[in-house]
Unconditional design. Structure first.
Ligand SMILES: [Zn+2]
Length: 431
């Protein structure tokens, strides 16, 4: 990927007609570490952080050093691990929301995947291939890693491996395998430090993966064995807190990562809502309420994540289905937020796409080999993307309508012909 300022032939115009050489960003980063803390319900965590901050110093750090909310949501229909991880990777709901197209959801509702299941062959048959954050990062030339603490989540790796990942049709063929390094195992209790070791081994090296996703199976396992909110459970959250501290320190002490890495942390569901050792009832506030932390350069510490995002609204105590506006922040927002901070377009075909609060509409550009993605935030479709032959005189602007995809508030147009791209000027115009 190259940034707009280094693309010679592109002119970019704001809707007002002012020419600019870059996009407006609250933060732009080179690396993302995304974490899913299994079963970490926000109702309990928020109480711990506010009542016993000294016991949870690294969650306190996340609150102080980044933007956060203790009132995010998991999927509306299903508050279980595998379906929610499918949502986290694809930014699609599990089930088809009322009034949306049959191609909206990923459709993988099984929490115990069969050995050959993928999100493609066993999910929503109307979407034969579900693009993921790994497709976007890999296809734009970024290195990727996935670490999971449950072997059941091998489906996340298998769906995007050398056999099942999509063909790389852009630029050099980097193969179908979208995930460069993967480690899948059952990891519980204090052994989660071993899983974090694997991540840190990469993060502390000379060329850390540009996008890493790590799933920690605790505190879900202890929730099932000893009840959410019990002393054993809060002790396990402290164990997770300590691992979080190791990751924060690894980022902050790395010359490569420090000040240019986003850490995004959320959970796949809460727990202990109806019965203290379970979380399947998706209608219960303790099960559907999850935390969401974002720490990245340029993001004001101690801020409310709902204030940072332009198209999300705090749902109060509501469970909130997918058609109510504004949408709450969800675990399914995490990947497209990662891509946004990396300067990349949202996942192809995805449904959930958070935007940064900003009054300016600007055209963003990301390039890898002969793939160029243009994207801009325009919830109501007021702006028109136009192109003109750069060598023609006088210049003749032509509207681009075919091929413009919409992911919630964000419009995306992808050029896969570098010759075409290099001969054109592009602009956004409000007709
Ligand atoms: Zn569970």
């Amino acid at each position: 990927m190259i940034r707009l300022s280094s693309i010679g032939r592109i002119a970019m115009a704001l809707a007002t007609g002012v020419w600019v050489a870059g996009t407006v960003r609250a933060a732009q980063v080179t690396h993302v570490v995304q974490m899913s803390l299994d079963g970490l319900g926000a109702k309990y965590l928020q109480a711990y952080v506010s009542n016993a901050p000294a016991q949870f110093p690294n969650f306190v750090r996340l609150v102080k050093e980044g933007a956060c909310t203790f009132n995010a949501r998991c999927d509306y229909d299903i508050s279980e691990t595998v379906p929610n991880h499918a949502s986290m990777l694809t930014a699609r709901p599990v089930m088809q929301p009322n009034g949306t197209a049959a191609t909206t959801h990923h459709g993988y509702s099984n929490n115990f995947p069969g050995a050959t299941d993928t999100f493609h062959n066993a999910g929503n048959a109307n979407v034969p291939y579900k693009f993921s954050v790994f497709d976007m990062t890999h296809d734009y030339g970024l290195s990727t890693a996935l670490y999971t603490g449950k072997t059941r989540l091998a489906i996340c790796e298998r769906s995007y491996d050398a056999a099942n990942g999509a063909l790389d049709l852009v630029g050099a063929d980097n193969g179908r395998d979208k995930i460069d390094a993967a480690a899948v195992a059952d990891v519980s209790g204090a052994a989660i430090s071993n899983e974090v070791n694997t991540l840190l081994q990469d993060l502390t090296g000379a060329t850390p993966k540009r996008y890493s996703f790590i799933h920690i199976a605790e505190p879900d396992l202890t929730g099932h064995s000893a009840n959410w909110g019990s002393a054993s459970w809060s002790n396990m959250v402290r164990t997770v807190d300590a691992q979080l501290g190791r990751i924060l320190n690894a980022i902050d002490t790395s010359a490569v990562l420090s000040n240019q890495t986003a850490l995004i942390i959320t959970a796949d569901h809460g727990g202990g809502g109806v019965t203290r050792n379970a979380h399947t009832e998706s209608y219960h506030i303790t099960n559907y309420t999850i935390p969401f932390f974002v720490r990245a350069p340029g993001i004001q510490g101690g801020s409310d994540l709902y204030a940072l995002l332009g198209n999300r609204g705090n749902p109060g105590t509501n469970r909130t289905d997918y058609t109510t506006q504004p949408q709450p922040i969800r675990d399914g927002d995490a990947c497209n937020l990662a891509l946004l901070l990396l300067g990349l377009p949202p996942i192809t075909g995805s449904f959930m796409s958070p935007t940064l609060a900003s009054s300016t509409v600007a055209l963003s550009v990301a390039r890898h080999e002969d793939r160029v993605g243009f994207f801009w935030v325009d919830a109501t479709g007021q702006y028109q993307l136009e192109a003109a032959d750069a060598l023609a005189s006088p210049m003749q602007w032509q509207a681009i309508s075919n091929g413009v995809q919409t992911t919630e508030s964000t419009r995306i147009y992808t050029v896969t012909n570098l010759t075409e791209f290099s001969r054109q000027f592009y602009r956004l115009r409000k007709p």
